[in-house]
Design a protein around this ligand. Structure first.
Ligand SMILES: Nc1ncnc2c1ncn2[C@@H]1O[C@H](COP(=O)(O)OP(=O)(O)OP(=O)(O)O)[C@@H](O)[C@H]1O
Ligand SMILES: [Mg+2]
Length: 372
């Protein structure tokens, strides 16, 4: 299988809910594609349409030039791993993993060899004789994964497979999935609402909101150049600081004004702001917590309201011009709660968004024109 194309796909449920709108995406061989977005944004519905478990209302699903809309789920060479594992409770781990091969009448020796190989990969050799109820959550999850792997599908579909696990197991399984992806020659399509999972696993991330794609990008591009205010606020912890700002001229130089603070715009930014006439329109300025520094010449004067120690770095919380500001600094910087400090922005890393529509106003040198 070389390529899947979801061509302007819509899903309208019988009750009139339009769950997916104009979803258009190319998926190349061996990509790790992530669908991420808040609850109800259409992630599972899209995945289920790919799996053939949900009918496509409008648009086309193409694999290698062939229209798949009406191809039954079982003929799609895909394996799906769900959030709730769906193991057969009366069967042993061995039989759960072997089940699909038994149905296909694969010779017993071959089944044994494949189950052992997969169990070994997933660290399940010791529990092959147990029933699902005698397993931990993580082990059950691995059995579900094993069942999918023995089928050697071209495409793995996973719908929040880790959401039932505690934080530690989730991290562990995330690494396992990553390893699996490196080892197998399959395409992965993975649904999550967890942006950390999305950023660490994906090679291509699709951010969804209300059934519509907001951005398709690599993790790095998503973080560095979010396409709109929604993506900017959704990706990254802590959440990006977003300010309403005005563009003003001072001594013939364009400045961005937030509250009373004036930030000199870098040359490229100034050019784009004046070319696009933001002198007369609202602009939003986005700054990540790590792009704000404490400095004696800082433009914003404010008092530390909360000091949050997080190991080798610290989060500081401020309020300025009716707005919360989060700053991330190394733990070695001497600062304490209630201290009044000055803050400055790394202006070369500042994001701009249209104040009315929220789309990105690109200005940075390295804004990639990556075609995914
Ligand atoms: N069978 C159905 N009939 C009617 N509406 C549905 C059906 N299944 C899902 N929906 C609606 O479609 C929208 C998208 O649902 P979907 O399950 O795809 O969201 P999701 O992104 O997977 O959310 P979550 O993160 O909560 O799993 C929601 O508004 C949901 O209520
Ligand atoms: Mg879902």
């Amino acid at each position: 299988m070389a390529e899947m194309i979801l061509k302007h796909i819509y899903k309208k449920f019988d009750d009139g809910v339009m769950a997916v709108k104009d979803f258009h995406l190319d998926i190349k061989e061996k990509e790790f594609v992530i669908f991420v977005g808040p609850s109800g944004c259409g992630k599972s519905t899209t995945l289920r349409m790919i799996a053939g478990l949900e009918k496509i209302s409008e648009g086309e699903f193409i694999i290698d030039g062939k229209r798949m809309n009406d191809v039954p789920s079982c003929d799609r060479d895909m394996a799906m791993v769900f959030q709730n594992y769906a193991l057969y409770p009366h069967m042993s781990v061995y039989d759960n993993i072997a089940y699909s091969m038994k149905l296909k009448k694969v010779p017993k020796d071959e089944i044994r060899e494949k189950v052992t190989d997969v169990a070994n990969k997933l660290g399940l050799l010791e529990v092959l004789d147990r029933k699902p109820k005698e397993l931990s959550g993580g082990q059950k999850q691995r059995v579900a994964m094993g069942r999918a792997i023995v089928r050697r599908p071209k495409v793995f579909l996973m719908d929040e497979p880790l959401s039932n696990l505690d934080a530690k197991l989730r991290n562990q399984m995330r690494t396992e999935i990553s390893k699996l992806y490196q080892e197998l020659d399959s395409t992965f399509i993975y649904v999550t609402h967890d942006q950390v999972e999305a950023m660490t696993l994906g090679t291509k991330i699709v951010v969804l909101k209300d059934g519509e794609i907001q951005q398709v990008a690599t993790p790095q591009e998503l973080y560095n150049h979010p396409a709109n205010l929604f993506v900017a606020g959704f990706i990254g912890t802590p959440t990006m600081n977003i300010f309403e700002a005005d563009c003003v001229m001072k001594n013939g130089v364009l400045h961005v004004k937030i509250g009373d603070a004036l930030f000199k715009a870098p040359e490229k930014m100034a050019k784009i702001l004046s070319d696009k006439d933001y002198i007369h329109h609202k602009i939003m300025v986005g700054v990540r917590a790590e792009d704000i520094r404490l400095s004696d010449t800082g433009e914003i004067v404010s008092q530390v309201q909360v000091y949050e120690m997080l190991g080798d770095y610290v989060h500081l919380y401020f309020e300025y011009a009716g707005q919360k500001i989060t700053v991330r600094v190394p733990a070695t910087i001497p600062v304490k709660r209630e201290e009044v400090v000055k803050l400055t922005f790394d202006m070369d890393r500042v994001h701009l968004f249209d104040g009315t529509y929220g789309y990105r106003v690109g200005w940075q040198e390295d804004e990639a024109k990556i075609v995914l």
